[in-house]
Design a protein around this ligand. Structure first.
Ligand SMILES: Cc1cc2nc3c(=O)[nH]c(=O)nc-3n(C[C@H](O)[C@H](O)[C@H](O)COP(=O)(O)OP(=O)(O)OC[C@H]3O[C@@H](n4cnc5c(N)ncnc54)[C@H](O)[C@@H]3O)c2cc1C
Length: 144
């Protein structure tokens, strides 16, 4: 395996989990480059239904790994999405069978005070936050 970011660590976990002796080559600290930090936004909402399906597969993997890592790696708080492509995202999520809600400007589901909210906002029910010390957690996942 080349590289110890989140993609490399995920691949390493899958390879070790399948019983292969695998070495990860990483010149710097594990999770030290783009994957550094303790939090990331996780969203299922994409405007391509294949990406929506892929995100749900990733969410399932995070949930499986949480059992090995200890604390939950993915905090499922939902994710509020705005922008001109909300309708495209809603269509792709519907095609992939992912949960979403379209919420109005005045709705308290927005959860944040918004002075000038868009007319329609998408609530990505399966979205949330990758909210752990991922480096430590993924090391535990790899070790099993
Ligand atoms: C500030 C910031 C905020 C972000 N926010 C979000 C967010 O909210 N939600 C989200 O989904 N995504 C977010 N991203 C994107 C996400 O973090 C990246 O897509 C993800 O971390 C990339 O993981 P990676 O494993 O592909 O790459 P990296 O984490 O960069 O890992 C690649 C590793 O390969 C190593 N490497 C490179 N060349 C070699 C070589 N020749 N030999 C051996 N090792 C090598 C590097 O040292 C590095 O450790 C954000 C990114 C940044 C920078």
């Amino acid at each position: 395996m080349i590289g110890g970011g989140v993609v490399g660590m995920a691949t390493l976990a899958a390879s070790v989990g399948a019983g292969h002796a695998t070495i990860c080559y990483e010149p710097g600290p594990v999770m030290g480059e783009r994957s550094a930090g303790s939090t990331r936004i996780f969203r299922v909402a994409h405007s391509d239904s294949q990406l929506v399906r892929a995100a749900r597969t990733a969410r399932d993997a995070f949930e499986r790994w949480s059992g090995l890592a200890g604390p939950p790696m993915l905090v499922n708080r939902g994710c509020v999405i705005t922008g001109t492509d909300v309708a495209d995202r809603a269509a792709a999520m519907a095609a992939a069978g992912a949960d979403y809600e379209l919420i109005d400007a005045g709705s308290d589901q927005l959860r944040i005070p918004v002075v000038d909210a868009p007319a329609v906002t998408l609530l990505d029910v399966g979205g949330g936050v990758v909210n752990v010390n991922t480096a430590t957690a993924l090391r535990r996942v790899v070790r099993g």
